[in-house]
Design a protein around this ligand. Structure first.
Ligand code: COA
Length: 324
């Protein structure tokens, strides 16, 4: 018996912003961005493409591919750091949008690891209640949280949403294991302040606006090491090796991070799904968008072992294995 992915879906905003488009916004160029990040373009939300709208569209596609009706969903979890409003949660907006009127709904903040944290949580809910079906979504409009004068960050991120429907199965497929970790002591290296405090006593020291701030080089080093460690620990714990894995779907942060990870894990390049060139880093949405992309391209077959790994602000990181 296992907790299986019943269906996948994703949604990207219509507008595509290329590196050349960015040249007229900040002092950068296509060659620098491509060579340092592997990103060629990213999608940027426009009218009616708020985080919850993208999440709802991805969810409807996931429900359709699962053959599950919205009112069969018991829980909606949205991993996001760019929620539509501070309150209510993006998950509640999604519930309303798709008519999942029997669900309870809430958001989860684990930055770029939000989807994997949501997957782990859904796994444990369904283990406790086999009848439950859960929508796990990663959705972001990071374009609304970028300092468009900061070339260190604004070139990296994009908008989008991905979703999966999870449910119980009697056969031996499903989530094999997860390995999640956090280290709050390193928060400053990758963070985003919220709205400025209305209470002068509670103002955040060094408040620099509600934008993503990052020490790129430090984040790079930690990301490679952390993802490698979480993957090797998980594989060892499950008595598996990287050769047992059919497809790796990593967080799509940056091609240089991914290439280093590929080297360290000694996994062949053709077993790693990469779409960062056209999406950029979509934080919590990046793994479920890539998963849906791979699934719809027919790259995943029944019984395949799929490995996910992520790294993000917090720091948060981890890995998960699913027998498809
Ligand atoms: N265009 C052109 N030049 C840029 C630039 C841009 N968008 N951003 C920075 N530069 C410049 C810097 O100002 C610096 O110039 P200087 O040498 O004159 O001071 C030079 O390029 C090198 O900057 P540096 O920050 O050392 O570059 P880097 O090789 O470390 O690459 C990142 C920067 C951000 C691409 C890289 O550090 C990285 O990928 N980090 C991880 C980011 C990430 O994935 N975060 C999310 C994790 S979930």
């Amino acid at each position: 018996m296992g907790i299986v992915v019943l269906g996948t879906g994703s949604c990207l905003p219509k507008r595509v912003m290329t590196n050349v488009d960015l040249e007229s916004i900040v002092d950068t160029n296509d060659e620098w961005i491509r060579s340092r990040t592997g990103i060629e373009s990213r999608h940027i939300g426009g009218k009616d493409e708020q985080t919850f709208k993208l999440a709802a569209k991805a969810s409807l596609k996931a429900l359709e591919s699962a053959g599950v009706a919205a009112d069969e969903i018991g829980l909606i979890v949205v991993g996001t750091i760019s929620s539509h409003m501070q309150m209510p949660s993006t998950a509640c907006f999604v519930q309303n949008e798709i008519g999942a009127n029997k669900a309870f709904a809430y958001d989860l903040n684990a930055a770029c690891s939000g989807f994997l944290y949501g997957l782990d949580l859904a796994h444990k809910y369904i283990l406790a209640d086999h009848g439950m079906k859960i929508l796990v979504i990663g959705a972001e409009t990071l374009s609304s949280r970028l300092d468009w004068n900061d070339r260190n960050t604004c070139i990296l991120f994009g908008d989008g949403a991905g979703a999966v429907v999870l449910g119980y199965s009697e056969d031996d497929r499903g989530i094999v294991g997860t390995n999640l970790l956090s280290d709050g002591s390193l928060w400053e290296l990758l963070h985003m302040h919220g709205p400025e405090s209305a209470n002068p006593e509670l103002k955040v020291e060094g408040y620099s606006g509600a934008f993503i701030r990052m020490e790129g080089r430090e984040v790079f080093k930690h990301a490679v090491r952390a993802m490698e460690d979480s993957v090797t620990t998980l594989l060892a714990r499950e008595g598996l090796t990287i050769d047992d894995v059919s497809l790796v779907i990593p967080h799509q942060a940056n091609i240089r991070i991914l290439n280093k990870l590929i080297d360290r894990l000694k996994v062949s390049q053709d077993k790693v799904f990469i779409n960062v060139s056209k999406c950029g880093n979509t934080s919590a949405a990046s793994i479920p968008i890539a998963l849906d992309d791979a699934n719809r391209q027919g790259l995943i077959a029944k019984d395949d072992l799929i490995l996910f790994c992520s790294f993000g602000g917090g720091f948060t990181w981890g890995a998960a294995l699913i027998k498809w």
